[in-house]
Design a protein around this ligand. Structure first.
Ligand code: BES
Ligand code: MN
Length: 458
């Protein structure tokens, strides 16, 4: 094991350079124009996996290809070895708005102990840390105590559309004792974390159609409805002033937080002032009766992600827009179901929509919330690995983000996910100036190296 640890330290600089190479691909899955970039990025991952000694292949899908890379298996298998899948994604969120980046999002740069660039934290750096730990085993000839298979996909940020059927097809090969994922966060460098719950998601687009074309607002204004105004009024009715979502039945299936969990939440490091400053808001806002920690991970929300209508260019243009559109995502908690919630949303929108505009609702993607008991043997092993690598006591947390595929891992592979995230709260995931902390990168590699030992004990 010492050889592995030494290898990781000796190759630290090269690992940082490789992370930069990885971040240089604009692998934006939401934008069709980046199809070639996603393909090139997948090829880079494939090549990298082969170079470090993995048996790797590129699996085409209806969407972006998936990389499957395995540690070499023993020729004459004796007792059944434990098998773990490491999941990650090479696609990234759109980098816009570009003018807010201190340097171009796909020209990664190392500064003050971080790598800056879209995808550095979510998820390229975090996933790469595991590849580097396995490289250290393979290159130093240190026997791995278990079999490891990497599954790295390119559609996570758009709902993992192709992965589910892929898992079904490859079920025999991917069957495993647990799935290891570093694609979540930790409260601070002194609080490495095991995440035991994620929120689910339901995404849709709401469009209100008004006149057949943009109209002169002076000549016609006053006689027709304005879709932008109608949309604002409609959306305005969906949340009350106490932060409760005002859609009938929205909270029906929500599992209340136990007193025990609320006590655990209260123990996590959190300073409302620092949090508010980090986010740059004049005042925090959230559902009444819950702490910010609870609001951001254990309560459902209704968010407008984008709002578009009319003229967005320079100067003024006096029109009544032909249409107005909102991109919406709803975060779900146990035991809400995406389809059921969506139905309730649709029913309510139809009810509220005035007859002066036409409502169009496009369902995009959905994922169920995830919750697993952190008391199992694998979770305990992960906690030990985190403790060894970071040199301090890990915490158990629930996270507000979603990783759409974790429930399919459970259903199809019958495996729980060990969420050992390496992102810090100020990593700017999905925001301008995303970065990944090099301390987290190095400790993440160590954590992964320890993890294979810990998971294979007993
Ligand atoms: N890494 C995130 C999910 C995450 C972030 C979980 C922080 C917990 C803490 C992941 O890449 C992500 O952003 N997922 C999307 C999924 C969606 C587009 C279907 C999300 O949560 O918005
Ligand atoms: Mn993400």
């Amino acid at each position: 094991m010492q050889a592995v640890i030494d290898y990781l330290r000796e190759h630290e600089q090269r690992f940082v350079a490789e992370l930069c190479d990885y971040v240089r691909f604009p692998s934006v899955s939401a934008q069709a124009e980046h199809g070639q970039d996603l393909r090139a990025c997948a090829d880079w991952v494939l090549k990298h996996c082969r170079e470090i000694g993995l048996e790797a292949r590129l699996c085409p899908t209806a969407g972006n290809p998936i990389i499957v890379a395995r540690t070499p298996r023993a020729k004459s298998p004796g007792a059944r070895r434990r098998h773990f899948v490491v999941y990650g994604h090479y696609d990234v969120q759109p980098p816009e708005p570009l003018d807010l980046w201190s340097s171009p999002p796909f020209e990664p740069r190392v500064a003050d102990g971080v790598v800056l660039g879209r995808g550095a934290s979510d998820n390229k750096g975090q996933n790469l840390a595991h590849l580097m730990a396995v490289e250290a085993y393979l290159k130093t000839g240190t026997p791995l105590p278990c079999d490891v298979t990497f599954v790295i996909e390119g559609e996570e940020e758009v709902g993992s559309r192709s992965l589910e059927s892929f898992l079904r097809e490859q079920r025999a090969e991917l069957g495993c004792d647990a799935v290891v994922i570093s694609d979540t966060g930790m409260p601070s460098p002194k609080h490495p974390a095991l995440t035991y719950a994620l929120r689910g998601i339901a995404a849709c687009e709401v469009t209100l159609h008004g006149p057949a074309r943009d109209l002169h607002s002076g000549i016609f204004g006053g006689t027709v409805d304005n879709p932008a105004m109608a949309l604002c009024q409609l959306l305005g009715k969906l949340r009350d002033k106490h932060g409760r979502v005002a859609i009938p039945g929205f909270y029906d299936d929500v599992e209340p937080l136990s007193a025990y969990e609320r006590k655990q939440f209260a123990r996590l490091p959190f300073k409302a002032r620092d949090y508010q400053k980090l986010l740059g808001v004049p005042k925090l806002f959230g559902e009444r009766g819950f702490t910010p920690m609870e609001q951001r991970s254990a309560r459902p929300t209704f968010e407008i992600n984008g709002l578009t209508s009319g003229y967005q260019g320079e100067g003024s243009k006096t029109i009544i827009p032909a249409w107005a559109r909102a991109k919406i995502t709803i975060r779900l908690v146990p035991n809400q179901e995406p389809a059921r919630v969506m139905k309730r949303v649709q029913r309510h929108l139809k009810k509220l929509c005035p007859p002066t505009v036409r409502l169009e609702l496009k369902w995009r993607h959905g994922a169920e919330p995830y919750l697993v008991s952190p008391t199992g043997a694998e979770a305990q092993a992960a906690l030990r690995a985190l403790r060894s690598a970071f040199g301090c006591e890990p915490v158990l947390i629930r996270e507000g983000g979603s990783i759409p595929i974790v429930n399919e891992f459970k259903k199809i592979l019958r495996a729980d996910s060990l969420l050992v995230g390496l992102a810090l709260p100020d990593d700017n995931a999905h925001s301008p100036n995303e970065k990944f902390d090099l301390g987290c990168f190095a400790k993440g590699q160590l954590m992964s190296a320890y993890l294979w030992q810990e998971l294979s004990r007993g």
